[in-house]
Design a protein around this ligand. Structure first.
Ligand code: PDD
Length: 277
């Protein structure tokens, strides 16, 4: 399959990334993961807007306009004849002799994007998954979709070691989000989720789910939950581009509700599916 390298669609072997690329040395860059359903990008505009917002927050100059990126991503999908899968896209501050501050004079940012065929996690969407609590030791700008993912990587690894699908991150008693997802609890017919702030990534799937809540008449309260409150929820959900509306049926081996995906979770999954192209 071909790769988008800056503004060109090329064979993988043609891509040259410098060993002093700041993404490679410092994690100095940003990324997005966008889902493709039936040959079409899902919520592309939202992902592109968030990418450019992340770029602004780290003073990274994007190589071209949002429209041009959108068009190039479409070309990439068509060239690779991808029907169902995802695009991974990252932009780094470029290749330059190693020094912590920004290169001066500035060098061009380096953009790479590739497609991958993936299938929806249908079995897990049906059965639900297990999760565990992991202390959130990340930095205080989790709103930036940064390439620096060591805190997320270590949390996910801890979850996997405990035979869990996802780590539920908490700062002290306060639940923030997942290692690569957002978190929601449902209690007495109300959905709770952490408000958008510097402590979480403003998930695109989160926005879609909040729209689905309106549609099914499930009231939303954007308020952080404590660990204790989390365990008292009737239903629990995580969301991401790949995991969609994923039921969490136990946390640290304690069942949520009756230990099965709940009624509101099923309604949200249905409402979400109806938005898939
Ligand atoms: N992760 N929070 C974190 C820390 C994430 O890494 C992600 C997504 C989300 C959910 O965001 P969205 O709904 O826009 O996918 C929340 C991507 C998919 C990843 O790193 O693979």
């Amino acid at each position: 399959t071909k790769i988008l390298w800056n503004d060109q669609i090329v064979e993988e072997k043609e891509v040259k990334i410098g060993f002093e690329d700041r993404g490679y040395q410092f994690g100095d860059g940003i990324y997005e993961v966008i889902k493709i359903y039936n040959g079409d990008l899902f919520t592309a505009t939202e992902h592109i807007d968030r990418l450019y917002a992340s770029a602004d927050k780290i003073q990274l100059v994007m190589p071209y306009t949002k429209d041009k990126l959108h068009q190039l991503m479409h070309e990439l999908i068509e060239t690779n004849e991808l029907q169902n899968g995802q695009i991974y896209l990252q932009v780094t501050r470029g290749n330059s002799p190693r020094i912590h501050n920004f290169p001066n004079p500035a060098v061009s940012s380096v953009l790479t994007a590739y497609t991958k065929e993936t299938t929806r996690p249908l079995a897990q969407l049906e059965s639900g998954v297990k999760a565990c609590f992991v202390e959130d030791i990340r930095w205080l700008r989790c709103d930036i979709k940064s390439l620096n993912l060591l805190g997320n990587v270590l949390a996910k690894q801890e979850a996997v070691t405990k035979d869990c699908f996802e780590a539920i991150l908490h700062r002290g008693e306060t639940v923030t989000e997942g290692s690569s997802s957002n978190m929601y609890g449902i209690k007495d017919g109300v959905l709770y989720t952490h408000p958008v702030s510097n402590l979480i990534l403003n998930g695109i799937t989160r926005k879609v789910i909040l729209d689905c809540c309106e549609e099914i008449g499930l009231p939303i309260v954007e308020k952080a939950m404590t660990k204790e409150e989390t365990l008292q929820m009737d239903e629990f959900i995580m969301s991401s581009t790949n995991a969609e509306v994923m039921p969490i049926i136990s946390i640290d081996d304690k069942a949520i509700g009756d230990g099965k995906p709940g009624e509101f979770t099923r309604k949200l999954q249905k409402a979400f599916e109806q938005k898939i192209p």
